[in-house]
Design a protein around this ligand. Structure first.
Ligand SMILES: CC(=O)SCCNC(=O)CCNC(=O)[C@H](O)C(C)(C)COP(=O)(O)OP(=O)(O)OC[C@H]1O[C@@H](n2cnc3c(N)ncnc32)[C@H](O)[C@@H]1OP(=O)(O)O
Ligand SMILES: O=C([O-])CC(=O)C(=O)O
Length: 369
């Protein structure tokens, strides 16, 4: 018997992140400690190198990310030619694929070159998302600021003004929380692609395609769509009961691995409470809590990372269709770490299928069918 959806199958060894008894760690460090203390740049270094950076290593990484953040003028031109109405995740997938064509080390498969490519990908992914958002609004693209940290620079390029510290800190923590998650679908897709010894950009393009779906990263956008449809906390109960009665899934709930709750959700819940209050829109948090209580009571399903992140991003003034691209900006660090790890100890990933089709069939000539 095959395991549907590969549930419970161990398909790789990894020392990047672990989920053991519902506890998530990056390189052995509990996510709670990282969410409270680490910057996103520290986490990027941790995932790539398996240890926290020393002060000089961290400042070098920050410098490298800032210096590599600009994207080629040709890619900006490409973004300007994209037909209206496309989803930013589809645009991101295309733009990352295009960036490969401008990478001077595209053919160099050494670890050093791949680490430099990972740095360029991490540096540029935020710029692509911000640039496309400005272009689609008919605004000028904002060049990255050489002195700004990663989260700060993204918000600056997105909005064209310097973000406040509360917004920077909230986004930074969200990036920390989304950075890696063992062998999730998009990371697996990246590893499958590069295990053929294809290049890092091909692996990342596969990963973005996998993250886009609503059963994975696309759920954060779907959560906000649901909250906006509900409109008022008073409508939440009947809305959810109706969905459940129709056997529809409630986005942002459930998880293939966590059966007793996602450890990242409590951090995002706290952030949602604080930010929705600060923006004078506590209804998004109140509605989320009502849904959380009801779905937990009725289905025993707990919120995953995508549930409270929706109201967090909304409070930061981020449009709904950029929620999943922001997930991709963060997960770029995990994807690239896994790709580097896959190359280090590679074997083609090629499972088997259990055949359930017809047997002893025969070719029938066209005129006899
Ligand atoms: C970053 C991330 O990727 S986190 C996940 C983001 N995705 C979502 O939030 C989408 C909603 N959630 C889901 O679709 C699922 O819980 C998944 C995809 C995350 C996990 O899926 P699986 O492990 O395959 O669980 P599966 O879909 O088989 O669900 C098992 C049972 O729980 C039910 N269930 C699971 N999630 C939900 C949900 N969100 N709402 C209602 N029922 C659910 C299923 O209907 C199924 O019920 P059944 O046995 O009566 O048919
Ligand atoms: O691990 C998974 O299946 C999905 C998930 O939570 C993530 O990628 O962060």
């Amino acid at each position: 018997m095959s395991a549907k959806g590969l549930e419970g199958i161990v398909a790789a060894q990894s020392s990047i992140s672990s989920i053991i008894d519902g506890v998530l760690t990056y390189a052995g460090i509990n996510i709670d400690e990282l969410a409270e203390n680490a910057s996103f740049e520290e986490v990027v270094y941790l995932l790539w190198h398996g240890r926290l950076p020393k002060a000089n290593e961290l400042s070098q990484l920050k410098k490298d990310l800032a210096e590599n953040a600009a994207i080629p003028e040709d890619v900006i031109t490409l973004l300007k030619t994209i037909p209206e109405g496309n989803h930013p995740m589809a645009v991101l997938r295309t733009a990352i694929s295009a960036l490969a064509l401008y990478d001077p080390e595209a053919q160099d498969m050494s670890r050093e070159a791949n680490l430099r490519k990972a740095t360029r990908l991490q540096a540029k992914v935020a710029t692509v998302v911000a640039a496309y958002h400005r272009i689609r609004q008919g605004k000028e693209v904002v060049a990255p600021h050489a002195e700004f940290g990663y989260a700060q620079n993204f918000l600056y390029m997105l909005n064209g003004e310097e973000p406040d510290q509360i917004a920077i800190d909230a986004l930074d923590t969200a990036l920390v929380l989304h950075a890696d998650h063992e062998l999730n679908a998009s990371t697996f897709a990246a590893r499958v692609t590069v295990a053929t010894l294809s290049d890092i950009y091909s692996g990342i393009t596969s990963a973005i395609g996998a993250l886009k779906g609503p059963l994975h990263g696309g759920a954060n956008e779907a959560v906000m769509a649901m909250l906006e449809e509900i409109k008022d906390p008073g409508n939440a109960e009947s809305y959810i009961r109706n969905k459940l009665a129709n056997k529809e899934k409630i986005m942002g709930f459930g998880h293939r691995v966590y059966k007793d709750g996602d450890p990242r959700a409590k951090h995002l819940r706290k952030m949602s409470e604080k930010l929705t209050k600060l923006t004078g829109q506590p209804q998004w948090y109140e509605m989320s809590v009502k849904i959380d209580e009801l779905v937990t009571a009725e289905k025993g399903l707990k919120p995953n990372v995508d549930f409270y992140s929706a109201s967090v991003y909304h409070s930061l003034g981020i449009p709904r269709d950029l929620f999943t691209p922001i997930f991709a900006i963060s997960r770029m660090s995990g994807w690239t770490a896994h790709i580097l790890e896959q190359y280090e100890n590679n074997r083609l990933i090629r499972p088997r299928a259990e055949y359930v089709g017809p047997v002893n069939a025969h070719y029938v000539p066209l005129e006899e069918r």
